[in-house]
Design a protein around this ligand. Structure first.
Ligand SMILES: Cc1cc2nc3c(=O)[nH]c(=O)nc-3n(C[C@H](O)[C@H](O)[C@H](O)COP(=O)(O)O)c2cc1C
Length: 190
């Protein structure tokens, strides 16, 4: 028997069409709880989140407006948007935490697995204005702004503009393992 990777990992993907079904409040809480259970350097837990569901229309619109136009076109169908940040320094000694972004990634990985287990989908994004988000939410310099995430139940791609709709059926490409595992030759890994 060939072992497959776990279905929580295998079935996750990043859609752009979301249903207008709201996310139940307990599920929203579970997403952040799952994130908070990630390991972190010195257990600093540097991850921070600003989020809004469509119920909180003002904050939702503020978050949406930080995204580049392409992302806004499809994210507006998602019932929830998250902005992710990290606290840059260790609380205990004020030294720079060079692993904060790593730890946030682990937290988002947990959140993603939890989302999949609840039939929710996440689509992470770098396409937004960090400066606008910083200004909008008066984010102090002590925090780095990292990504934004659209979250929701899967929707009908017909709601999307044609050019984006086509992307929903793109094949998911992954590098073969010999491109990511070092075997003594850096040329193989480029
Ligand atoms: C940090 C990060 C930034 C991303 N930025 C964007 C983005 O701005 N817009 C977008 O449509 N997708 C964005 N993506 C989604 C990736 O394109 C997607 O994860 C990748 O193509 C792999 O597809 P999959 O998640 O469906 O497996 C981003 C993903 C990550 C993790």
């Amino acid at each position: 028997m060939t072992e497959k990777i776990h279905e929580l990992i295998d079935t996750r993907w990043s859609p752009r069409a979301f249903s207008d079904q709201e996310i139940e409040e307990e599920k929203v809480v579970k997403l952040f709880e799952a994130a908070s259970y990630a390991p972190s350097c010195f257990n600093e837990q540097p991850w921070r989140f600003i989020y809004a569901t469509k119920e909180y229309a003002e904050r939702y619109e503020q978050l949406l407006s930080c995204l580049v136009e392409f992302n806004q076109m499809w994210v507006k169908t998602a019932p929830m948007i998250i902005l992710t940040l990290v606290s840059k320094k260790f609380a205990q000694n004020g030294k720079v935490n060079h692993h904060a972004a790593h730890d946030l990634g682990l937290a988002i990985g947990n959140m993603s697995a939890q989302a999949t287990s609840m039939d929710l989908y996440m689509h992470q994004m770098a396409g937004f204005s960090v400066e606008k988000a910083r200004e909008m939410f008066e984010i102090p310099d002590d925090f780095d702004v990292l990504t934004m995430i659209a979250v929701g139940y899967i929707g009908n791609p017909d709601v999307l503009p044609e050019n984006i709709r086509e992307m929903e059926s793109n094949k998911r490409e992954r590098k073969p393992l010999n491109k990511i595992l070092f075997d003594g030759d850096w040329e193989d890994m480029k």
